[in-house]
Write a new protein. Structure first.
Length: 272
């Protein structure tokens, strides 16, 4: 289920919702935590289903995972993924019609990715970045925007997250190249990730995105806690440049987690 991805992503959606309301919890619908649980279930289901389709590659790159090591069966994993998807959709039904429609679209996008990702070439990475950034319209479907300086952050952070997610996924492609080359055809992502420019481009995207995080502070949307996190994010992105892809990935994960957490702390402790 990749709890280290699913929980922070669903939590990030909550932070976006709070930014839309200017940090005020009382206007939010009582179903907010149902919506959070719905998103968490759908994201988790997508990671579970992804493992079903990635068994040949994981058998080379990650043989200790549950399916390649035969600790569980494909049938059991597929069933668990279906249960999580259905539970996520059911919870979304009680979270408002716009959010429910958004969750349906997200589910379709995630299932499409799980089935066809290894055949999409570089479009795979673009699709991952788009699915990550869909947290913003999904938050817009749940909560109306309140006037205030914080709302301007939400016109900047989608660009940061899209570019960061794109670079992050490209790093993962380089890391997973051994399995992709052996299992996939020449039209797969391996055709791109083996190119000499691919890794430098990923690193450039990550560093560029880190500097974008400074904009909310200098435009007056965020305050000092956020600025400290933004500067640390730039440091983490810069340090990742000196690491091989597998070692650089945790730096980018930490950067995204830090910006999300600091955005929340900056809002709650320093006010709207």
């Amino acid at each position: 289920m990749r709890l280290y991805y699913a929980l922070p992503m669903a939590g990030g959606w909550l932070v976006i919702v709070l930014y839309r309301t200017g940090g005020h919890i009382h206007p939010l619908p009582s179903c907010m935590f149902l919506a959070f649980a719905s998103l968490f279930c759908v994201i988790s289901a997508a990671y579970v289903l992804n493992d079903v389709f990635d068994v040949p590659v994981d058998a080379i790159n990650c043989p200790r995972r549950m399916l390649p090591s035969r600790k569980v069966t494909r049938r059991a994993v597929t069933l668990w993924s279906a249960v999580l998807f259905l539970l996520g959709l059911l919870l979304a039904w009680f979270s408002g019609l716009p959010f429910f429609i958004g969750i349906i679209l997200l589910t379709l996008g995630l299932v499409f990715y799980d089935i066809f990702s290894k055949r999409l070439g570089f479009f795979k990475d673009l699709l991952v970045a788009a699915l990550m950034t869909s947290l913003y319209p999904l938050a817009a479907a749940f909560a109306e925007a309140a006037p205030g300086p914080r709302i301007h952050t939400l016109s900047i952070h989608p660009f940061w997250l899209f570019i960061t997610a794109l670079g992050y996924e490209m790093l993962k492609d380089v890391r997973d190249l051994p399995g992709d080359e052996k299992v996939q055809s020449l039209n797969s992502i391996a055709r791109w990730s083996r190119k000499t420019w691919f890794l430098p481009a990923a690193r450039l995207l990550i560093v560029t995105a880190a500097f974008i995080t400074l904009l909310p502070y200098f435009l007056g949307s965020c305050k000092l806690l956020y600025l400290a996190a933004s500067l640390t994010a730039i440091l983490l992105a810069s340090l990742s440049l000196r690491q091989p892809p597998a070692a650089a990935i945790p730096y980018i994960y930490a950067e995204v987690f830090l910006i999300t957490l600091a955005s929340l702390a900056d809002l709650l402790l320093l006010g709207p």
